[in-house]
Design a protein around this ligand. Structure first.
Ligand code: HEM
Length: 231
């Protein structure tokens, strides 16, 4: 059905109609592989990071208020769409989302294989060795991130970012296969934050500390029990 030219500009329909350079359609297995990859790469990463973002805003009401003030200052009618320009005017929201990505990177570790022999900190690593890259570890290195468990979006002011190693913050990986969707992810996060904050106030029950499972993708074991109230 989706193979035919019945319209539909969603990604699944487009993949069904996409062709190789010789004009042949993608095989069904190719389409399944692309869709499975995207559900993990684009959907699960966002659901994980938006959940930790909301958890941090619930635990840090002062930041929640600051972000809500930024959202309300846009002066948009309730439910009206957000333009690219509106999203540009949400720097604090972007900083707070980055801080949530730092504390709980949705891809906490990445598998790699050494292409050639190399050494790292005195350890010889022969070609072919499986190597685990661990953003979760990097994001909690005290020498780079003082008080690493503290939620502090000010770590992402332009000034603060300038002096930092370029691989100190790697929620989207790095190098040739760095996330293709990272700008889209920030846009989605800001759209979400805008609609959420203009409608909802979120808080944690006193004494409640969410318990997170970090692998393979961070998620709260109990579903994150928050209190919500209409703004
Ligand atoms: C907060 C949200 C996201 C996070 C944390 C994230 C994280 C990552 C990471 C760590 C990688 C590199 C994996 C590796 O090197 O092994 C990656 C790759 C990728 N991501 Fe994302 N991602 C996010 C959202 C998205 C979205 C929304 C899309 C698409 C709409 C997307 C599409 C991709 C693609 C296509 C790749 C593969 C790039 C390549 O291999 O050349 N991601 N992502």
């Amino acid at each position: 059905m989706r193979r035919g030219n019945h319209g539909g500009d969603d990604l699944f329909s487009q993949l069904c109609r996409a062709t190789h350079e010789d004009g042949a359609l993608l095989s069904e297995q190719d389409i399944i592989d692309h869709m499975s990859f995207l559900m993990m790469a684009a959907h699960d990463t966002l659901t994980s990071s938006l959940t930790s973002f909301i958890g941090e805003l619930a635990a840090n009401p002062h930041w929640q208020d600051r972000l809500r003030a930024e959202v309300l200052a846009l002066g948009l009618a309730l439910g009206a769409p957000s333009s690219f320009d509106d999203l540009e005017k949400m720097p604090l929201t972007e900083m707070a989302f980055k801080e949530a990505l730092r504390i709980k990177p949705p891809v906490p570790s990445m598998p790699r294989r050494a292409m050639r022999d190399f050494s790292f900190k005195g350890y010889a690593v022969p070609a072919g060795t499986a190597v685990g890259i661990n953003p979760l570890f990097t994001h909690h290195m005290k020498e780079i991130w003082p008080e690493p468990d503290r939620f502090d979006p000010l770590r992402f002011t332009e000034d603060a970012q300038r002096g930092r190693h370029r691989f100190a913050f790697v929620p989207f990986g790095g190098g040739a296969h760095m996330c293709l969707g990272l700008h889209f992810a920030y846009m989605q996060a800001k759209c979400f934050a805008r609609h959420f904050l203009e409608n909802i106030e979120v808080s944690l029950e006193p004494g409640y500390k969410p318990d997170w499972q970090m692998w393979p993708i961070p998620k709260p074991r109990d579903g994150l029990r928050v209190r919500v109230k209409a703004v």
